[in-house]
Write a protein that binds this ligand. Structure first.
Ligand SMILES: Nc1nc2c([nH]c(=O)n2[C@H]2C[C@H](O)[C@@H](COP(=O)(O)OP(=O)(O)OP(=O)(O)O)O2)c(=O)[nH]1
Ligand SMILES: [Mg+2]
Length: 143
């Protein structure tokens, strides 16, 4: 029997991820809730790209919902990195963007821990495995 396209191509979840570095070379991170996929690990704020959203729209919505920040980013923001990763239980494609400007004070709007972490202190082992190339690039940039 011939396999259907959906059997051959497991769903890849598109995720918008925002990397926000302040002028003290600290990056905004949040702790994923225990019940979530990759629960307990630190992440860069973001989430699933919904419907017809583009990257800027998804990041704007997620940063408002999750950390209460208003982003000042171009509507046609292009990803800095695109990372496909297969966790075994879930396949993701992270569209990672650097956030140039924002307003507001970050707070965990969903009860999660949120903090500014010095870029050089980021430990890849505390993040989802897909994040390694993000952390390596940030640490090289800020070295
Ligand atoms: N936000 C974010 N997600 C990441 C990172 N690294 C990484 O592998 N992921 C994965 C974990 C999840 O499988 C997926 C993000 O999905 P999510 O469940 O947080 O999406 P969401 O914010 O829309 O949350 P929800 O409403 O569905 O709970 O991407 C990261 O640095 N930030
Ligand atoms: Mg999220």
């Amino acid at each position: 029997m011939t396999a259907t396209a959906s059997e051959l191509t497991p769903t890849v979840v598109r995720v918008a991820v925002g990397v926000l570095v302040n002028d003290q070379r600290q990056v905004l991170i949040a702790r994923r809730a225990a019940h979530q996929h990759q629960g307990g690990r630190w992440e860069f704020p973001g989430g699933k790209i919904e419907g017809r959203e583009n990257l800027a729209e998804a990041l704007t919505r997620e940063f408002a919902e999750e950390v209460g920040l208003v982003l000042d980013i171009p509507a046609d923001l292009a990803p800095w990195q695109v990372i496909e990763h297969d966790y075994g239980d879930k396949r993701v494609c992270l569209e990672v963007a650097q956030i140039g400007a924002y307003s507001g004070q970050p707070e965990g709007r969903e009860g999660q821990e949120v903090r500014w972490m010095p870029v050089q202190a980021l430990n890849p082992e505390e993040f989802p495995a897909a994040n390694i190339s993000i952390i390596e690039a940030l640490q090289a940039d800020c070295a």
